[in-house]
Design a protein around this ligand. Structure first.
Ligand SMILES: CC(C)(COP(=O)(O)OP(=O)(O)OC[C@H]1O[C@@H](n2cnc3c(N)ncnc32)[C@H](O)[C@@H]1OP(=O)(O)O)[C@@H](O)C(=O)NCCC(=O)NCCS
Length: 125
């Protein structure tokens, strides 16, 4: 089973099970400032299950969660993280002027200042 880095995550935990075992998970933390969004974090596939399409299924699960809740999602993947193409294929876009930060279901007309505040509100927790 995958281990969390830095202790259990805050927020709501979502898992994918295979044969009764956790093979992948992510956590979603709801934020309301400067607009409503979910901070998506701890997106991980169990090392033994990598490169078998589980990551793609996991991103589909993240997207379904956001779509069902009519919510925007924001996550950090590093500028050249291995999952970059996986996210872009699943409709995630770069947050303007914030390399490595990705967004899905972005609200219309978010100002540069509000992107800055949203990312600050994640980073300072
Ligand atoms: C990134 C991660 C979620 C991908 O999961 P996975 O189950 O191995 O991915 P999949 O088998 O579904 O592959 C999805 C795509 O990513 C690509 N990919 C996966 N790992 C890769 C790697 N290390 N380097 C380059 N590409 C990679 C696959 O080739 C595939 O691309 P394709 O759609 O063009 O075929 C998984 O490797 C992981 O948990 N990594 C550690 C944590 C992490 O980096 N999380 C993401 C940060 S938010």
């Amino acid at each position: 089973m995958p281990e969390y880095h830095g202790g259990p995550p805050s927020g709501e935990l979502h898992q994918i099970l295979g044969n009764g075992e956790v093979v992948a998970f992510f956590a979603a933390e709801y934020k309301t400032f400067p607009f409503a969004f979910h901070y998506i974090k701890n997106v991980e596939v169990s090392p033994q299950k990598m490169n078998k399409g589980v990551g793609k299924a996991l991103v589909d699960k993240v997207n379904n969660f956001l779509d069902e809740n009519n919510s925007c999602g924001i996550l950090f993947n590093g500028i050249s993280g291995p999952a970059k193409n996986m996210y872009s294929k699943a409709g995630w876009r770069e947050v303007p002027k914030h390399p490595g930060w990705l967004v899905h279901n972005a609200p219309d007309n978010v100002s540069e200042q509000d992107w800055e505040l949203a990312i600050m509100s994640i980073s300072i927790v």
